[in-house]
Design a protein around this ligand. Structure first.
Ligand SMILES: Nc1ncnc2c1ncn2[C@@H]1O[C@H](COP(=O)(O)OP(=O)(O)OP(=O)(O)O)[C@@H](O)[C@H]1O
Ligand SMILES: [Mg+2]
Length: 396
């Protein structure tokens, strides 16, 4: 660690004490020290932590601290109090100090405080990756769209590369909460009622936290609530989520309707995963949807096809399916009715309970595509080529 410290002191004795704490902690280097009578107009650039001996009844000092804290690129302020009291703690909070200490300072406490600052600085330094919106649309009801969305979201969250939000856009009959076995209190319907006061705190209270890095925005609980939602409402919410909440991925379960609401979701998405199966009815629906999507000319949208319930022994091969659709398939997901239905009924993601199951292995390839694109910082399909290579090796 190479944290740069500066000390501002009232008594020489305390200056030496604070200096000794910094040195003993091995967390960084003391770059400068000044007495409080010589506060510079600004904290010096390149300093990470200002360690300051707090002096009571010194409004100029309070003002100086507030000024430094108000500057977004400013160092963190650690306050040292001769004695800690509730008043002093309140004071430290109001002034915006990051940590406060009193005698004797425990080395471990100090180290941890510096680590917290370093973590925050790292977050500040690494620019947030843009949110990637991936919509999933089934070619038929019951084709496994929600199952795939839930499990892919679980895989992306496991990667710990960013937060994942799952949006249940099966407005009338959304069931994603069952796949995670959660019972959310709030739903999309409430967000619609409060469209004029969307803010981060409000929305964070609405999302259901499923686990580390994974959140759910559930579909309305009642049919009549679903009916009042229109495409403009959705546009407003999704655009806000995309710009303001810092999600790395938003996965939208669009159910199997290519209606006005789904269309709006697609306009806001980077990718569409069209879910079909190895049967003529499912494939002919997929073909119809591909044709409509191509007529609509959503230029920014990358359309991919996933074939669920894949059976290697089936008479239709990958080549047959691709010929029929006139499009390369982006992935197949193995079929196992027993395990899939067991995981759904238990409310436990298959990718978590059985990470080596063929369904999980197939899903990992798809999840890797999303994180690969994320690493490349591109959503124009350039990150997709490696998956095509892997996929072509896998083709029977
Ligand atoms: N690869 C698979 N192998 C076997 N069974 C599967 C597979 N994928 C999904 N299923 C089963 O299909 C059932 C229906 O899946 P799911 O609810 O995801 O369909 P859906 O397309 O979202 O349906 P709807 O269009 O009605 O929302 C699941 O409960 C699961 O048991
Ligand atoms: Mg569904």
């Amino acid at each position: 660690m190479s944290t740069q410290f500066s000390i501002y002191f009232h008594s020489l004795e305390n200056k030496e004490y604070l200096q000794q704490i910094i040195e003993a902690s091995g967390t960084g280097k003391l770059a400068e020290s000044h007495d409080l009578a010589h506060l510079p107009s600004q904290a010096v650039n390149g300093i990470d932590v200002v360690f300051l001996e707090y002096q009571e009844n010194n409004p100029e000092l309070d003002h100086w601290i507030e000024r430094v804290v108000a500057n977004p690129g400013s160092p963190a302020i650690f306050l040292y109090f001769k004695e800690i009291s509730t008043n002093n703690l309140w004071k430290a909070i109001r002034l915006g100090a990051k940590e406060c200490f009193t005698f004797p300072i425990q080395e471990e406490d100090f180290k941890q405080a510096v680590q917290r600052i370093l973590a925050r600085t790292e977050v500040r330094k690494s620019p947030a990756k843009p949110t990637q919106i991936i919509s999933f649309l089934g070619c038929k009801g019951g084709i496994g769209t929600s199952f795939l969305v839930a499990n892919l979201a679980g895989l992306l969250a496991q990667e710990r590369r960013g937060k994942v939000l799952v949006v249940d856009l099966d407005l009338g009959f959304g069931q994603l909460n069952y796949f995670f076995d959660v019972h959310p209190e709030h739903t999309l319907a409430e967000v619609i009622e409060n469209l004029e006061r969307l803010d981060n705190n409000y929305l964070q209270n609405i999302f259901y936290t499923i686990g580390e890095n994974i959140y759910l925005l559930p579909a309305p609980a009642r049919l009549e609530e679903a009916e009042i939602i229109n495409a403009d409402h959705l546009d407003k919410i999704i655009s806000y989520l995309k710009e303001n909440l810092g999600f790395r991925w938003i996965l939208i379960d669009c159910c199997h309707q290519l209606d006005e609401i789904t269309m709006r979701a697609l306009e806001l998405s980077e990718s569409l995963m069209l879910v079909t199966a190895q049967s003529i009815p499912a494939l002919s629906n997929a073909k119809k949807m591909l044709d409509i999507l191509s007529l609509l000319g959503l230029k920014e949208l990358e359309v991919e096809v996933i074939v669920n319930y894949w059976d290697r022994q089936h008479e239709l091969s990958v080549a047959d399916v691709e010929n029929f659709l006139g499009k390369t398939i982006s992935g197949t997901i193995a079929c196992d009715y027993k395990q899939a239905s067991f995981s759904v009924n238990e409310g436990k993601l298959l990718v978590e309970t059985s990470p080596r199951h063929p369904i999980s292995t197939d899903l990992k390839l798809i999840a890797r595509k999303f994180s690969q694109e994320d690493t490349l910082g591109a959503t124009n399909g350039s990150g997709w080529k490696w998956l095509q290579r892997l996929w072509s090796k896998k083709k029977p």
